[in-house]
Every structure is written in C-alpha cells, then in structure tokens.
Design a protein around this ligand. Structure first.
Ligand code: WT7
Length: 634
C-alpha cells in the first residue's frame, strides 16, 4: 500500500518532512490519485487573507477515485453490506461495480430533474443505501450535496434548504428507527411550504406508508432509478469546486453551512482513513454514525470507498431490538474495524454484559471513537469488554470544519493512550495558546487549541458568508485557525482534548449552540428571557439546562420544561431538548448586558467556592437567589 504509515519511526519521519515542506508532502500523496488534469500549484493562500486553495489548476472527480478506480481493479469486491433496522429484514450488498451503477442511475435521475454542476441538492433521509448513492451521485455530476440529519425538525430543515437555495430535496416516505417510524415526507412537506428554491422532491418508497405527494413537484425516486441508465460520465471538477455543504452549530446565530471542496477534501478523507484505521484488504469496517453528520461524510461515504475497502452500513439504532444490536451486527458481518461515539459506549456499558458476551467479537482488530471526550471508565470498558484488550483504540479528534481527523493515534502503529487523541496527522501543526493569544511552547501545557497552517481538508468558507467564516474561526487568534476546543499536551507531545471552551454544548456527540436553543425558548409567549448551559451527564456527556424568567411569576418549572421542550422540538429537533429547567427572576448580567453563563455553570455544578468575583455584575444579588432556586428545585 503506497505511502501508508506503518511504523512509529516512519510516522516521525513523515511528520517532520511534512512540516518542513508541506507542498512536497502533499504533492507526492496527490500523485497516487486519478486526475483528469494535473494541478499547477499545490497550495496557495493563507489564514490572514483567508484565501486557501489546494491543487489549483487540477481537475478530478472524487467518485472516479472512490468507485471507477476500484471497479477497474476489483469490480466484484464488496463495497457495502447494508444492514436494515429490522434484524430479520432483507440485507443488501453492493460490489464496487454495482455501487457505481447505482450512483450513475441516481446521477442521471438528478440530471433529468435539471440539476447542473454547482446546484445544491438537499437530502433528508434515513440510513438507506439511496442516501449514500445520492450523495455520490451529486459528486458524480458536480452538484453540491447538503445532507440534513433525519432527526431535525421541519423548521430546521427549512432553514437549511433556504440558506443553501436547494433546487431538489430527496427524502423517504418514512424512516424506521427501532420500533418507531419517523414521518420524513410529512416533515419535508411542512418544511417546503417556505422554500421557494425547490423545484422537485424525490421521495424514496421505503416503509410503504401512504404519504402526500404534491402534484407537479414530487416524484417517486424508485421509479425514476429503475428506468435510469447505469452509465454517467463523471464531471471534470476543478480542485476548488465545492463538493458539499454541511450545517453545524456554533456559539452564535443560526447554523453555519460549512463548505468543503473537491480535491483537498478527497485527499484528506482518504489519507487519514488509510493511516489511522490501517485496514487490510479483507477487513470489514463499520462506522455507526449517520451520513447526516460529518463523520458519516468522511468515514462512510468517502474515506472507506476511496481506499477500496468493504464496509457495513447500518439503518438502525443501538438499542433495537435490544441493546446487544451493535455486537450482533459485528458478529454477523465479522466486522474488524469498528468506529463509534463515546455516548454509545457509555449507554451500552450500562446494560447487561450478557448482551455483549452472547456475541462473538473475535473478528475485531481496531476500535475507534469520535465526537466528544471519552471518560476513562468508558475507554477501559471498550478496551476490555469489546476489544478484549487486543484491539488498539483510535480516539480521533476533529470537527465538521476540519473535514477529517486531525489528531489521533494510528492503529497499532503509534501508541493508544487512554483518553488522549495523542498525535497530529502529518502536516498538521496544533498549537496551544493562552487567553492572551500567546503560544505555549513548553510541555506539559494546557490552553486553547489552534491549528497553525492550512491543510487540504479544511472548510473553505461558510456558504454565502465568508466574513462570518473569518469572524468565527480566524479572528480570536489572528493567523491561526481556532477550534473552539481546549486541550492539554503531555511531556511527549500527546494531546488530550478537554472539551469546548465556547458556548457550544456536546450532547451525545451532537453539537448544539446554546444561543440557538435560547432563541427557540425566547419565542415562547410565557418566557421573558432564558440562558442555557451544558451540564455533565453520565451517558450523553453533556445535557442542557435552562434558567428561565417566566412572564408569570407563579409558573411551575415542570410545566415550563414540558412546554419549552415541545417548542425546541419544533424549532430545532428533539436532540436539543432541555433536561432541566430552573425558574429565576433575573439572569446574572455584566454591566454591558451580557449573560454571565460562567456564573450559571458554576452554580449548576455546585462549585460555589470558585464563583469568582461576582461584584462586577450588574445585579450581584441575583447569584444567591439563583442558588436558592436551584436548591429548592432539586
Ligand atoms: C467537536 C466537533 C468530528 C466528528 C464528530 C463531531 C468534539 C470531536 C473528539 C474527540 C474529544 C471531540 C470537539 C469538537 N470532539 N472528536 N476525539 N475527543 N472531543 O463533529 O459536530 O463538528 O463537533 O466535537 O469538541 O470541537 P462536530
């Protein structure tokens, strides 16, 4: 395998060389992919001007590298093993050749709907094979995909469709989710009442439920796919042409549409997957994420396919029909490489160990985690009960913005250390800075995590708002990309991510901006103002707690919580619901009127000794009132 890092010494050499001459490093890697036209310049631009470009002048298509390239060498190798929600349901298998044919069919369907290079196509689907082929079909013809996770509400979907001005929306009649079904088409119909840009809706018949189809707008995807041709020439894409937009939450305002481009993202997804997971030709990979999140983009839709590997794609949830499902799926497909989130590990750790032990997990070789800091208990359980102490664990730190993994050990090649993401990938230079923006050079160290140089997989902009992109990531520490995370570095240079240092909360690995939740709550007629914070949660990592000023002083907090959660479910989706609500007469504010969430966090975690100086507050007396309100609630 060309250029796969296979020893610690080689990692060191690659890492040092890559930092010395990033262009030479990436140019050599890029040579191993297929291009219609070679690039003129490996990289240009910088973080100050925020005009980063990779492989300018080059032309490629990511699907040629993910599909055609492998079809040439091993057409009958399995690409996808699809496991349905129902364990007794019909499974589906796609070889690389079959997957390419399905992608081409879908690409032709999109073309027939008038979708052209650069047009946006929105997907609001469950984990059906058509979500994967649809995304790749967009890439085939140069359309920009924007996948919206099927757990978001109609309003959240509408906001994203409007923001990216999608021409086509693809959905299914319903999604299966454990013993429940989710009304994807109905929610889509609701959302699209406000979306003028959408010309057609392609609906996959999946559960067979009767759904409302709107004449002149809606078509059954199954019928169109069946009659479409299995051949479709790949569009010649310029390196910097957009590949997809994916929305994520930040500390302020509405969700941001991070835009990723073709060639740089392709290299990043492919190279990180190869080096970190270290898959053999006959190995079977399974990432339990949903394609609606960045993990599903880079490490389901793209990374494994770019490397020609075989993977399981799972429609269901970890708790259906019981909490042994993950382990049963691993046994069924002889999964060797398993990638999941700490929240799932913690939830399954709390279940009867017999659910693990009834499954034969001997096929496992490598385990991965992603999405949030993993606590030592969960790490140890994963290592001992699932990996039987023989599988290296890769704790992979990255973000929607980074396009792919930035800091992680390489399975079996560099050392796994409990709760440490460990070392940066080649050509990545993490830096820790103090609150004054000074770089901390010495080890050990703790500070805010920034990245020093541009890398190929980084998002290039926020769709339609480059200035917001600069403000959010490049203004806090000029010249550096600021991640929003805090981190520690040990004496050997290993990184441990400590969590967000901004107003972003990580619930079960899903990013929620507290401002977004507050905006939703404040729409409620019986709430004057609210402040939302993250509090530690045993399973979910973090949960949301709201401090609320009701219009009616005698309001009951249980009732308020229920009402507010109904509203949040409507505005954002059930993942952003509050776990706890406290009624307060006022919120602690600075003299300039900013809510002091730090004070609320301290009160919520009962760290009253470290409240700090509250005398500078506009209303210092409110602190004791809130402490009292918390006590009487619990
Ligand atoms: C945030 C990014 C990256 C794909 C899934 C989430 C947190 C991510 C780790 C890890 C500790 C992690 C960070 C980051 N995070 N991976 N291995 N250890 N924290 O993507 O929704 O863009 O969220 O997830 O806080 O900033 P995302």
């Amino acid at each position: 395998m060309k250029y796969r890092i296979e020893s610690k010494a080689q990692y060191q050499t690659f890492y040092n060389n890559s930092l010395e001459d990033r262009e030479a490093y990436w140019s050599e890697r890029a040579e191993t992919y297929e291009w219609f036209k070679k690039w003129d310049k490996v990289q240009s631009g910088n973080f100050n001007e925020l005009n980063v470009k990779w492989f300018e002048g080059g032309q490629t298509n990511i699907t040629v590298n993910a599909l055609d390239r492998h079809v040439k060498n091993h057409p009958n190798k399995t690409a996808i093993l699809w496991e349905p929600n129902d364990p007794n349901g019909e499974t589906k298998t796609f070889t690389y050749k079959e997957l390419l044919e399905e992608v081409n069919r879908f690409a032709n369907v999109l073309k027939d709907q008038g979708v052209q290079k650069g047009d946006r196509v929105c997907f609001y689907m469950s984990m059906v094979p058509e979500l994967l082929t649809g995304v790749l079909a967009c890439a085939r013809i140069g359309a920009v995909h924007s996948v919206v996770f099927g757990g978001f509400s109609a309003k959240a979907l509408a906001g994203r469709v409007i923001d990216c001005e999608a021409k086509v929306v693809v959905t299914n009649d319903q999604a299966y989710r454990g013993s429940k079904t989710i009304e994807l088409k109905e929610i889509t119909n609701e959302a699209l009442k406000e979306c003028a840009s959408v010309k057609s809706v392609l609906c996959l018949r999946h559960t067979g439920a009767k759904v409302e189809m709107i004449e002149g707008r809606d078509l059954w995807l199954n019928d169109l796919l069946r009659s479409a041709s299995t051949e479709c020439d790949p569009e010649k894409m310029n390196s910097e042409d957009p590949l997809f937009i994916l929305y994520t939450s930040g500390s302020t305002g509405k969700p941001k549409g991070l835009q990723h481009t073709t060639a740089g993202y392709m290299l990043w997804a492919a190279e990180t997957f190869k080096n970190i997971f270290q898959m053999g030709d006959d190995d079977i990979y399974w990432c339990s994420a949903d394609i609606g999140w960045i993990t599903g983009h880079s490490y389901i839709a793209y990374g494994p396919l770019l490397n020609g590997n075989t993977q399981v794609m799972f429609e269901g949830i970890p708790t259906y029909p019981d909490s042994g499902r993950f382990w049963d799926v691993i046994e069924k497909y002889k999964v060797s490489h398993f990638y999941t989130a700490p929240t799932a590990i913690r939830a399954l750790q709390a279940c009867d160990i017999e659910l693990v032990n009834r499954a034969d997990l001997s096929s496992l070789k490598v385990l991965g985690t992603v999405g949030e800091p993993i606590n030592v208990e969960a790490w140890t359980w994963y290592n001992e009960e699932i990996g039987k102490k023989k599988c290296p664990i890769v704790d992979t730190w990255w973000q929607t913005e980074t396009g792919g993994i930035m800091i992680s050990s390489l399975a079996g090649v560099t050392e796994s250390i409990p709760c440490f993401a460990t070392l940066p990938q080649p050509a990545i230079k993490p830096v820790l800075v103090d609150t004054d923006g000074r770089e901390i050079q010495s080890n050990p160290a703790e500070g805010n995590l920034c990245i020093e140089f541009p890398w190929p997989g980084m998002a290039r902009t926020i769709y339609g708002d480059h200035e917001r992109y600069r403000q959010t990531y490049f203004s806090t520490y000029p010249g550096k990309y600021f991640t929003g995370d805090g981190a520690k570095r040990d004496a050997d240079g290993n990184y441990r991510i400590t969590g967000r240092v901004d107003d972003v909360v990580n619930i079960s690995g899903h990013r929620i901006g507290t401002a977004e939740v507050e905006d939703a709550i404040d729409e409620h007629e019986s709430i004057v103002e609210s402040a939302v914070i993250g509090i530690p949660h045993e399973i979910k990592g973090e949960a949301l707690m709201g401090f609320m000023i009701p219009t009616n002083k005698d309001a009951n907090s249980k009732e308020i919580l229920k009402k507010v959660n109904e509203l949040i479910t409507e505005e954002i989706g059930p993942i952003a619901k509050l776990d706890r609500a406290i009624i307060v007469p006022e919120l602690p504010k600075t003299r300039s009127g900013k809510i002091m969430r730090r004070v609320l966090r301290k009160i919520a975690s009962n760290e009253l000794d470290s409240l700090g100086d509250t005398s500078t507050l506009l209303n210092p007396e409110i602190v004791d009132v809130i402490i009292e309100a918390m006590r009487s609630e619990s």
